[in-house]
Ligand binder design. Structure first.
Ligand SMILES: Nc1nc2c(ncn2[C@@H]2O[C@H](COP(=O)(O)OP(=O)(O)OP(=O)(O)O)[C@@H](O)[C@H]2O)c(=O)[nH]1
Ligand SMILES: [Mg+2]
Length: 297
């Protein structure tokens, strides 16, 4: 007879929640490697990003998603749709709640939609490093009132606190099944996609106001030569007036974005990188379904 603990389990776990609650930070922490970009700005993640964790008795495919919010613009509606589709296809839903902010009205509005996942729903109360332990008790009480009997695991994605317990709860709920990916595979993201995101992360970190939300990045060429990788990428903005902001006085801003991104890309690829960035106006691309598709949305 096979012990229950020896049964191999596998499946997809959707990481969902409001923007900025720490979904991408958690994905990176679970995998021990940076796969998804993280910034202090909401709506950082735009697409679905799979991270594959292969353990001796389980293979867990965590799927990071854009933040759930009340979306008005076309691009934001697409992002929310991606998160909702991911939930529908997942074996388990891991709902992240921000302990620093406590339960918000948006969290409360989400709860009824999550309730129908029943036993397939797990709550991760994240950012507990920002709270004293006794401050968590009322939040845990509110969560239990909102979703009676739900499993809640308090964690800090940033510091890696209680991640082992979270993995235990997740694994226990996964259905029995074989490995879905080669154990060496860490993500479904191509090197090109990772490079694009690293550049976009620097744009988000180094610009303010509307610019982060007006930008998409595409990699035009990616050429591996002997010891260098030569990359040409385009940063698309949606209005002519945004171009000089991104380029900066005497090209200072774009240089700074390029240099920070290059260093990260070199770390990722383990090679010297020559990165050239272009800025291009793609009038109102966030409102154009065809352009959104081109940019993977
Ligand atoms: N103190 C603290 N900060 C955290 C923790 N987890 C994430 N953060 C911070 O919260 C901010 C948002 O983190 P992300 O991982 O980008 O959040 P997200 O949910 O993926 O956000 P979107 O992609 O915009 O939906 C970043 O500044 C993180 O460093 C945590 O456990 N503790
Ligand atoms: Mg994210």
């Amino acid at each position: 007879m096979v012990e229950a603990s020896e049964v191999h389990r596998s499946g997809f776990v959707a990481l969902v929640g409001r923007p900025n609650v720490g979904k991408s930070t958690l994905l990176n922490q679970l995998l021990g490697q940076k796969i998804a970009i993280v910034t202090p700005k909401p709506q950082t993640t735009r697409g679905r990003i799979r991270g594959i964790l292969t353990l001796p008795h389980a293979q867990i495919v965590f799927v990071d998603t854009p933040g759930l919010h009340e979306a008005k613009s076309l691009i934001n509606r697409r992002m929310v749709q991606i998160a909702e589709d991911t939930m529908e296809e997942a074996d388990l839903i891991l709902w992240l709640v921000d302990a620093r902010e406590g339960l918000t009205d948006e969290d409360r509005a989400l709860a009824p939609r999550l309730q129908r996942f029943g036993n397939r729903l797990i709550v991760a109360l994240n950012k507990i490093d920002c709270r004293k332990p006794d401050e968590l008790i009322p939040i845990l009480g509110q969560l239990d009132q909102l979703l009676p009997g739900v499993d809640v695991v308090p964690i800090s994605a940033l510091e890696g606190a209680n991640i082992a317990e979270l993995l235990r709860v997740v694994t226990e709920k996964l259905p029995p099944g074989p490995r879905l990916y080669d154990p060496e595979t860490l993500t479904d993201q191509t090197e090109r996609a990772l490079v694009q995101e690293i550049i976009r992360e620097q744009v988000l970190l180094q610009t303010r106001q509307e610019i982060p939300y007006a930008v998409a990045v595409t990699v035009e060429s990616f050429e591996e030569k002997d010891h260098v990788v030569v990359i040409h990428a385009t940063i698309h903005v949606e209005r002519e007036s945004q171009k000089p902001i991104l380029i900066g006085k005497g090209g200072k801003k774009i240089k700074s974005i390029g240099s920070a991104a290059r260093q990260q890309i070199e770390q990722l690829l383990g090679k010297t990188v020559y990165l050239e960035l272009f800025v291009r106006v793609q009038e109102d691309w966030t409102k154009d379904p065809r352009r959104l598709r081109e940019f993977g949305l």
